[in-house]
Design a protein around this ligand. Structure first.
Ligand code: FE2
Length: 266
């Protein structure tokens, strides 16, 4: 591992924000929950080099991107966004065109490159990588063999072992893996969507998902089931020699009773 300071990157995912604050998803106040996660980031991982926001930034509400920007601006660091199945890619690109919180496709920093793909497909929750997305990835990998690479997208390209979610994986995940297999500089593929933590290794490539900033889903259930795990985020330390350290950090556990939510100490 190199001795230079590593690149510090935070992944947040699946805010499901609406135009009006306080909307709930499976009983969780998505604003309160996101704010608590952002507070945790500022306490535990202050001053990251940048943040990756891996989709479902809004919850089927095309007017809510202004709120996404407002809520994330206080992080005072670039937030690079990509769309999920509850987003509107064209509107996201227009509303988050510039500024600190913005849609991005390709980022180079600290000997690494980050490729932000769009796996959403209009009108359905399923994931799919269009020809143009796979071509973008292939092209930047071919141009930059010297850069360690993290591929970012919303949907899981491999099964998550949760049957109801695995009806919505990237339908052509094999095509993505075939591209990755041609380039040894690929170090990680990261996604959101499953509202749960996930970590695996494939041919020395890390396969990683971040928990949602709102409701969590229990893994390995045939039908959607809310998990008592608190919301959270994933952190990365990325070294110039390609070494990668990562972990998931969550807010304090919550207890729900009579429709009320209160925080308890760990
Ligand atoms: Fe989501």
């Amino acid at each position: 591992m190199s001795t230079a300071a590593p690149l510090r990157v935070i992944q947040i995912s699946d805010f499901h924000l609406k135009t009006q604050p306080g909307s709930r998803l499976w009983g969780v106040d998505v604003d309160a929950s996101l704010n608590a996660v952002l507070e945790r980031i500022q306490t535990r991982h202050p001053q990251p080099d940048f943040v990756l926001a891996t989709g479902d930034l809004v919850g089927d509400d095309p007017e809510a991107y202004d709120r996404v920007r407002q809520v994330l601006e206080p992080l005072k660091t670039p937030v690079y966004c990509l769309p999920g199945n509850h987003d509107f890619p064209a509107i996201m690109s227009r509303m988050l065109r510039d500024g600190r919180v913005r849609r991005e496709r390709h980022v180079v920093a600290g000997g690494w490159q980050f490729v932000l793909l769009d796996s959403s497909f209009p009108g359905v929750p399923d994931g799919h990588l269009a020809y143009g997305e796979l071509t973008l990835l292939d092209t930047v990998l071919a141009i930059h063999p010297e850069l360690h690479t993290m591929v970012c997208l919303h949907h899981n390209p491999v099964p998550s072992q949760t049957p109801w979610l695995d009806t919505m994986t990237v339908s052509n995940g094999d095509a993505l893996l075939a591209v990755l297999d041609r380039y040894p500089q690929v170090r990680a593929v990261v996604w959101g969507h499953i509202h749960a933590e996930f970590a695996d290794l494939r041919n020395s490539v890390h396969l990683l998902a971040a928990p949602a900033t709102c409701v969590q889903f229990k893994p390995r259930t045939p039908e959607p089931q809310v998990d008592d795990q608190p919301p959270g985020y994933r952190w990365f330390e990325l070294h110039a020699d390609g070494a990668l350290q990562t972990g998931v950090e969550r807010i304090e556990p919550v207890v729900r009773s009579n429709g009320l939510t209160r925080r308890i100490s760990a």
